[in-house]
Design a protein. Structure first.
Length: 392
């Protein structure tokens, strides 16, 4: 049995075509000319109903649909004949052209519509002025309405683009501030290690460990400073750094506990061998999990969530899933979260590390956010040395 998705038209197209057909049939049945020249007939009903069929294709082929409607209307008026009219089917077909095609095409089709309508309905005699005014006036109203709607939608789309651009800029400034804090933390560590090496110059082993940590911190700080400068390429100035470093992957347990206290039952699992991550990667993992859990609490309804952190040799993956029945989609996810654009923030963070982000509904229900972040061997080794030096 064929599926509705396989049809060349949508359900809304069928509803519009059916509604316009019913309106034309009612007009044909109850608003004939009082002189009896246009008696109701079976043939008239068939022609009126047939003229509505092209509306099923009005979205994909609006000009062709209008042309077929005009041909059928003209043939019906000449054969049956029908009373003078500018029916709902013709209005819908002309409106579809005016919405989808540029002004020149719309003007040509509008002129053709008025001309064919007047000629077919007034063959052999001059129409009274009121009948001659109806087709051009109706055409003008239809085209004017479609033009106004097009302009309104263009303004809405432009405003959305501006808001999205502003959200991207705000998120980049936020990322830049956080990276600034991380780099400042590294430099502080380097300063402390240098001071410790100078104070223990008589103990070579202590000095060697301090210098190793200092070298590792310098490499990480340099790499993350480059990322910071990339984010700040538009000239944004970082704000004053806070006293505490930014959160990372080790803070996911606290984040999950906060989610549970907020009313969303949340499971947490770590797969693979846990190891220190570069601070910027750890921060990205934390922020994505934070954003995804926030969205789950707002949109999933009664549900359970799970956070899964997977360590692999060359990458780390953070997954946040829920089994709720909320209506959030990938498109809608871009308009939720902190600042109103949660998905944009996630993408910006993942793109910073050349990773991949997958967001969308699950096949068995619920919603999933999966971020895969590449991790080089040098980064992992340097992060481990930095972590060990910080502990000492």
């Amino acid at each position: 049995m064929s599926n509705a998705r396989e049809l060349p038209w949508a359900r809304s197209d069928a509803l519009v075509a059916g509604g316009a057909c019913v309106m034309n049939l009612l007009s044909y049945a109850f608003f004939n000319a009082p002189d009896g020249r246009h008696a109701v007939s079976v043939a008239g009903f068939l022609f009126v109903a047939l003229a509505a069929l092209p509306l099923l294709a009005r979205r994909r082929h609006p000009v062709a649909a209008l042309a077929v409607v005009l041909v059928l209307d003209t043939a019906a008026t000449l054969i049956v004949p029908l009373p003078r009219h500018f029916g709902a089917v013709l209005v819908v077909a002309l409106y579809a052209v005016a919405r989808a095609r540029p002004g020149r095409v719309t003007a040509i089709t509008a002129a053709a519509t008025v001309s064919l309508t007047l000629l077919s309905q007034n063959i052999g005699h001059v129409p009274p002025w009121q009948d001659a005014v109806v087709p051009p006036l109706t055409t003008l109203i239809v085209v004017g309405t479609a033009t106004a709607v097009n302009r309104w939608q263009a303004e809405v789309a432009a405003n959305r683009r501006l808001l999205a651009d502003r959200a991207v800029a705000d998120e980049r400034r936020r990322i830049a501030r956080e990276l600034h804090d991380i780099v400042a933390h590294h430099i502080t560590t380097m300063q402390l290690m240098a001071g410790g090496a100078r104070a223990n110059v008589a103990e070579p082993e202590v000095v060697r460990e301090a210098l190793v940590t200092l070298e590792s911190s310098g490499r990480l700080a340099l790499r993350e400073m480059r990322q910071l400068l990339d984010v700040l390429r538009d000239g944004d100035e970082p704000e004053t750094m806070p006293a505490q470093p930014q959160p990372g992957a080790d803070d996911l347990g606290r984040l999950v506990e906060e989610s549970r206290l907020a009313g969303l039952p949340t499971d947490f699992g770590v797969h693979g061998q846990r190891r220190p991550l570069p601070p910027t990667v750890g921060l990205t993992v934390f922020r994505i999990a934070q954003e995804a859990l926030t969205n789950a609490r707002r949109h999933a309804g009664p549900a359970r969530a799970s956070v899964r952190l997977t360590y692999r040799q060359d990458r780390v993956t953070i997954e946040v899933r829920d089994d709720g029945g909320g209506t959030l989609t990938q498109e809608g996810a871009s308009s939720v979260g902190s600042g109103g654009y949660g998905l944009i923030g996630m993408r910006e963070r993942v793109a910073l590390h050349d990773g991949t982000l997958t967001v969308g509904p699950q096949a068995d229900g619920g919603f999933a956010v999966v971020a895969d972040l590449p991790l080089t061997t040098d980064e992992a080794a340097e992060a481990a040395v930095q972590h060990e030096g910080a502990r000492r």
